[in-house]
Design a protein around this ligand. Structure first.
Ligand SMILES: *Cc1c(COP(=O)(O)O)cnc(C)c1O
Length: 489
């Protein structure tokens, strides 16, 4: 199976090329030319396998230039005792029609691990398969979760280095500590004076600097990105939609073939789009509920067909969803309207900050996607509500999804069995979760939450204060290229 750019489907690439390149040369995103089908019999077989078996089976269908044995080896490393739950992505029921898919049992306690523990294997193998001789340096601008997950994924991976920029004062205390105490010989972390946008723009400028690239290339290096536009990040995420369905069937609460809904807390549209691919492959999904926080660009899009990023950016207690341009929506648009229209919408987005897909496309989108949003107060109320009613603790991002689901059910009357995709450990956002339960200004929110809810602090988050700070650098944004240059000397 080959891959195309969302903006030009006349040039084909192998899967290894798509993963090695990350972004297509015309600025588009890579998509598979066909979507492999999973039959009912094959789905029944998947139900008998563990997470690793399901991962090999699903990913192999998209990776023609990888052998099954290769994938088995990667999966054995990516989903192993780096997870603190043997099920890797367990499903927890709060009632027969509502389950939470916990995607945060990996080393950074957020769902980015599901892909970023896998991506280094796919990427380094893809570089070998495409004959790349140079070593790769992964460059990341992060608002919190991606940076740490990428550091954990790439630490000490031979032939790679990774450097992460984060906005000075713009990430949570836990997120900062997680990054500045990062271990590994090939890692670097630095704060940038400014906000996330400054860091992101600085990184984009470095990627776009041809002279800098030529200099690095002479020294045997090239730069690549680990953000969610890479197909190698999207693909591992398709697996857990199948896995959740299988576990739902195995619980006896639904029968094989019954349709379920998925409710996904959404930022860049990567997670929910992976679910859409699973459905196209044949997974019995009725609808996806796209849940947003106060940055509700997507809610408006799914309700009007107009994507409009010309609005104020809001800082919320679900910061990993604070985003105004959801890059992966481009892949859905391509699948629905083709390359030509998609290229046009993307040009409009960069020139005017908005585009309108029209009523016909909107109707097709709405047959599959519903959308809801909620603000911080509702998010906190939902955390308290779920805890009181079910004794189940959720983080702020998952709570946006849970609150959106309640709104959707009330408005639509659709009470189909639903999997809420749970994207972070409640401990990762302990201060706000504590405050949602009525405990404001706890001196040590992690300890307070553990005591109050009789839960253990996940090992990756405990003792962070005691770990040695390895990276205390802060630079002006103009100094970012020089920082990378020095890192690769
Ligand atoms: C990244 C992230 C999201 C948003 O996922 P997208 O794929 O960007 O839609 C939601 N919750 C958490 C905790 C995240 O880290």
């Amino acid at each position: 199976m080959k891959y195309f750019s969302t903006r030009n489907d006349s040039v084909k690439y192998t899967s290894a090329q798509a993963i090695a390149m990350g972004l297509a040369p015309d600025g588009g995103l890579f998509v598979p030319e066909t979507i492999p089908a999973v039959t009912a019999e094959e789905l029944a077989e998947l139900c008998k396998q563990d997470y690793r078996g399901r991962a090999v089976n699903i990913m192999h269908r998209f990776l023609e230039d990888f052998t099954e044995a290769e994938l088995r080896e990667y999966v054995a490393h990516a989903y192993a005792d780096n997870y603190d739950d043997a099920a890797i992505a367990p499903l927890r029921f709060t009632d027969d029609a509502t389950a939470y898919l916990e995607l945060w049992h990996g080393p950074t306690c957020a769902f980015k691990d599901m892909a970023l523990q896998m991506l280094p294997y796919l990427l380094t193998a893809s570089l070998k398969k495409t004959g790349e001789q140079r070593r790769v340096c992964i460059l990341v601008a992060t608002s919190g979760d991606t940076g740490k997950a990428a550091l954990e994924g790439f630490k000490d991976v031979p032939g790679t280095k990774i450097f992460v920029f984060y906005p000075d004062g713009g990430v949570s205390r836990i997120q900062r500590l997680q990054m500045v105490t990062q271990e590994g010989e090939n890692v670097g972390v630095c704060a940038v004076k400014g906000n996330f946008d400054d860091a992101q723009t600085g990184v984009k400028k470095i990627f776009g600097n041809a002279q800098f690239a030529a200099e690095l290339s002479e020294r045997g290096w090239f730069l690549s990105s680990a953000n969610s536009i890479n197909w190698g990040r999207l693909l591992p995420q398709i697996v857990y939609y199948f896995s959740a369905y299988c576990d739902y069937v195995n619980s006896g609460k639904i029968a094989m073939g019954d349709e379920i809904n998925f409710c996904v807390p959404t930022g860049n549209f990567g997670n929910i789009l992976a679910g859409w691919f699973a459905r196209e492959m044949g997974l019995p999904v009725k609808r996806f509920l796209c849940a947003s926080n106060a940055n509700n660009v997507l809610t408006d899009f799914f309700n009007t067909g107009i994507y409009n990023k010309n609005r104020d950016f809001r800082m919320t207690i679900s910061p990993s969803m604070d985003i105004l341009v959801s890059s992966n929506l481009e892949r859905l648009l391509y699948m629905l309207c083709g390359a030509e229209k998609t290229a046009g919408y993307m040009a409009q987005l960069s020139e005017e900050g908005r585009y309108d897909v029209g009523s016909e496309t909107l109707e097709r989108v709405r047959a599959l996607f519903a959308a809801e949003c909620c603000d911080d107060d509702k998010t906190k109320a939902e955390i308290a509500d779920v805890w009181e009613k079910s004794g189940y603790l959720i983080d702020t991002h998952t709570a946006v999804a849970a609150a959106s689901l309640a709104q959707y059910r009330a408005a639509s009357g659709d009470n189909a069995p639903t999997v809420v995709v749970s994207t972070a450990s409640p401990f990762k956002f302990a201060a706000d979760v504590c405050s949602a339960l009525g405990e404001n200004d706890a001196a040590d929110p992690l300890a307070a939450l553990a005591a109050r809810c009789a839960l253990n602090i996940p090992r990756p988050l405990s003792g962070l204060d005691a770990r040695a700070v390895r990276f205390d650098g802060v630079v002006e944004k103009q100094a970012m290229p020089e920082t990378v240059n020095a890192f690769l000397k």
